[in-house]
Design a binder for this molecule. Sequence first.
Ligand code: NAD
Length: 424
Amino acid sequence: MAPELSQEFDHPTFRLAVAQFDEAAHLMHLDPNLWERLKAPHRSLCVSVPIRLDNGDIKVYRGYRVQHDMSRGPTKGGIRYHPEVCLGEVAALAMWMTWKTALAGVPYGGAKGGVTVNPAMLSPAELERLTRRYIAEISPILGPDKDIPAPDIGTTPQVMAWVMDTYSQQVGYSVPGIVTGKPLAIGGSLGREEATGRGVADITLETLRQDNRSITDATVVIQGFGNVGSHTARLLHQRGARIVAVSDQQGGLYNPEGLDIPAIFAHCTQEKTPVPSLTGFGDRIFNEDLLTLPCQVLIPAAVSEQITEKNAPALSCQYLIEAANGPTTLSADAILQDRGILTVPDILANAGGVIVSYFEWVQDAQRFSWKESDIHARLHEIMTSAFQRMLARSKEKRVSMRMAALMTGIEEVAQAHQCRGLYP
Ligand code: NAD
């Protein structure tokens, strides 16, 4: 029987992560003692983050860092700045990082961090003070061999640069390996900024290929046009896909003939124009309607729990590639499986970010930079071979690709725990 859920983390996203874990643990007959150990995070820290606003007032934000499992190496995971961040959501994201890093074969455990804030409401100076104080508060549990943050929703390479500088100021020397996703000038890696989107694009091509379909015949819908969504759109467009709809938090644009992605990319990423306020590219569309548009490939690349039992029966795609973390609820998963929609799960589809973060950390340790073509080639190799292994396992065991991926990740972690034993 599945062990109890830890109440302090109770939140819909944590319940989703745990329900997925329970299902995989049950299928693989996981040792009940380990099942219980892995069901709650190893360590979690909640901090107050007081900052002085530009008008002189002091405002206190809530910050979190959760380290789910560290049996395979230092923990690794992004920092999210979003108004709905809470301990339970961060814990769920940390758990998914554990399985993702194990599945990708990178020597890390899973972590995640976040601050409950809307970064768009802060000035650049306030954002810098918030980042520096948050990092100072969680720094006792950070370190290049302890826990290494990276970007996630609402955080950028500039935020990562402040993370690197704050930690380095505290220890008294420069520590590039404390964070990944930072600018090139301070030890960032070529190819990191687009890595998650590049991995999603690789997986999309591989998914179509195994069904003998060509990318040039494919229609694609993408929800979320931030770091992950915009690079996914750009790279799939480059390879010949017809991207018929994209969106951000404020809504989207739809053009069945295909959107002019290079122009939209330039407006949204350089001029920071919201997607629905662009004119002349297509019709405006609400995010809810975008998800049910007819297409071959649907790519959610925004927030969690977007595909639910309410809209799953109306999805009109053949493939769902989860670029976001946790975009599909458990009941929606079952509906999509019944409907024959192939879902490539988040821990596989969006692993490109943590894989190239690992390359960045290795380059920082080596004090040596790799060529961009080597980074793309190594990323492609890891992503496509993981996809093939998961597809083969799902067919052999007659389980979904999500279960195949989770079982593979959990097995790796279980082996590490078995070798290390229980201290003391
Ligand atoms: P981002 O902040 O750069 O972009 C997020 C995008 O989603 C923005 O376009 C935003 O407007 C949109 N959005 C936010 N709320 C929305 C809503 N309710 N409906 C529709 N759109 C909404 O973040 P990102 O780094 O691109 O992350 C996107 C997803 O990918 C997240 O789930 C994140 O955890 C996951 N992810 C990111 C990375 C990475 O390297 N950045 C790696 C793996 C997974």
